[in-house]
Design a protein around this ligand. Sequence first.
Ligand code: ZN
Ligand code: ZN
Length: 332
Amino acid sequence: MTKAHHPPTGGFRNPWGDDATQGLRSIFKWKVIDRFTRPPARAPDPAPFPVAVPSFPVPRAPLDRLVLTWVGHATFLLQVGGLNLLTDPIWSERASPVQFAGPRRRVAAAVPFAGLPPIDAVLLSHNHYDHLDDRTVRRLAAAHPQARWLVPLGLAPFVRQRGARDALELDWWEETRVGELAIGCTPARHFSSRGLGDRNRTLWCGWSVAAPARQVYFAGDTAYHPEFAAIADRFGPFHAALLPIGAYEPRWFMRSVHMNPEEAVRVYQDLERGRPPIAGRVALMVAMHWGTFQLTDEPLDEPPKRARAAWRGAGFDPNRLWIPTHGESRTI
Ligand code: ZN
Ligand code: ZN
C-alpha cells in the first residue's frame, strides 16, 4: 500500500486530496462568526436517552461469539475470540483537557468502570479528547495492567507515560496479533490534535478485529473516503461494522472530518457490496459517536432518526441496523 498519508515534511495527512482547512480560522468562523449570522441550532432534547442494564458475559464470551456492548460515544466493549477489548475508552465526565470546562457527558458511561471484565486489549483511534482521555488511560493502565494497547503511529508515548506497559504502534494497513485475534489498522479520514502546534503529529485510524469465527470493524472517527471497500477486501468481510453517525453539522466544516448518517449508510454499502454470503454472517451496522457528548451543531437526538431514514431509503433489512441504547449488549 502507498504511504501517501506520510508527507515528506513529517507528521501525517489524509491522502485523498480534498481536505478543507480546519485550522483556527475555521474554528473561529464556526464558533464566533456563525453564532451571530445564523439562527441557532435547535436546543437538544433535554430528556436523557434510555440506558440499558449491561448484560455482557463475565468474565468472557464463548470463543465463537462476538458480544458488543455500547458504553457510550465511541467506547465499546468488544468480546470476540474469547478476549475482551475496549475501543476509545472514556469514562470521564467531560471530553476535555480539563474537567471544569468542555463538552460534558449527557449520559453517564453505561458500564461502570469497576464492572468491566478483565481487559486484554485497548484500541485507540486518535488523540482527540472524546476518544483519548488522560484519566481513563491511567485508570485502565492501573486496573488492567495486562492489557495490550494498540495505537496509531505516534501515540505509544502518551499511553506509556500514563502507565500502559504494553503499547504497540501501527500504521495504516499493518496487522498484529493478540492471542487468536488478528488486529488490523485501517485508514480513516480525520486529523489529530490535543493542543496548539501538534496538529497531525500523530496518526488517526480505525481497527479491524478478526477472530476465527467473527470479524468486526471499528471505523474510529472518520469522514467518508474512497477506501472502505479496500478495507473490507483486506480485513473483512465483517459481522459487524461500528460506524460513527454523529458530529456532522455544520457540513462546510465537518464534512472532511466526520460523516453524517447518510454517509455512514453509504460506508456500510461500500463494505458489503459484492461480498458473497457466508453462512451465519449477518453484517450488522452498529451506530456510534452520537448521543453522549454535544460536540457539534446538530441536535443530539437527530443522528439515529436520519440513520434509520437513510437505511430505509437504501432498502436494507431493518434488522441489520443496530442503534444501541447506551449500555445495551448484543451477541452475534
Ligand atoms: Zn476526532
Ligand atoms: Zn470524535
